[in-house]
Design a protein around this ligand. Sequence first.
Ligand SMILES: Cc1ncc(COP(=O)(O)O)c(C=O)c1O
Length: 388
Amino acid sequence: MSDASALTKQEDDAPDVGELTPPDRTLMGPGPSDVHPRVLKGMSTPLVGHLDPSFVEIMDEVQELLRYTFRTDNQWTIPVSGTGSASMEAAIGNLVEPGDTMLVPTNGYFGGRMKSMAERAGGEVVEVSAPWGEPLDPVDVERAFDEHQPDVFGFVHAETSTGVLQPNVPELTDIAHDHDALVIADSVTSLGGVELRVDEWDIDVAYSGPQKCLSCPPGASPLTLNDRAMDKVLGREERPRSWYLDLSLLEGYWGDDRSYHHTAPISNVYALREALRLVAEEGIEARWARHRAVAGDLKAGLQDLGLEMNAPDEYWLPSLNAVRVPDGIDDGAVIDHLLEEYDLEIASGLGDLEGDIWRIGCMGYSARPKNVEYVLAALEDALGQQGF
Ligand SMILES: Cc1ncc(COP(=O)(O)O)c(C=O)c1O
């Protein structure tokens, strides 16, 4: 008898962990959102190799569906392996070279992350200011361009930390291009849920995540670059600091060669393909309209409860509804009550707005009338518990 087979279960020190049984939550927070059953099914289909001819075909289909969803003809449209921060760092880390200046916004949590990434890429960072809870004013952006002449300008189209949608995008991209700068748009909380037109609005680079309005598990994150941006990436003097996210190397896998760079997260690519197929079936404009209509009912219901939205109607973000916490209400107790009594997730404020707002997502498969009714009823109960 071998030593191995002589080991009994009692002598083995393997942890005794039970079967996976996560709670059945309704996800109405800032993401992830509820995943469509068809996406979950797609994700559990058998793997093929990441260079299998059948997978190469799937890659082509995902790229085509991503172009449709981003409203772009950019050849360079791919899912980056990793979460939204990976596609974000791929955008910033490839576009910003040491010595470049990047202009970033101060009006939310994710502008701050842009700043950190640009600094790590060796860039100098300058800021255009707006308070948390307000969009950027094109006049301020123009002024910042005149003062600093940045090479790259980043803005957050849908700021998840404040529930603010950046209007006037074509105005911002015009200012940047008049100053020979490239534009990076964070569309993590807008892609597939809020009007976004990469080509028509002349956005050079847009990155996103799958777990918000696409209702797909995190893991393969959309990114698109136009030729102008890709020329800069391929003409860099110094290689990007990340090997994994170097787009000139990733081109070998996602471009014509289809040669090995890293092992793609096959199941996440399957999931994204199904999530994007759902977008195409619904139609992108109908999908934007659904988000507005369902989130509009949510907003009206919240106001009927006596609550106030954080963002005025002109820049209200349907996919992320930031609601002010009324005076005297314990925001954390409400969140806990919803989770414990209703298996329902909403989130608190981040950064400057911590304790001031709740964040209620209305994204993808979660953007359904049934969910809106459920959130409103649960909130009414939770607020009632505190005498509101
Ligand atoms: C606007 C925005 N940008 C970037 C990210 C980063 O994405 P991830 O958390 O998937 O890495 C998020 C995530 O919530 C986001 O909301």
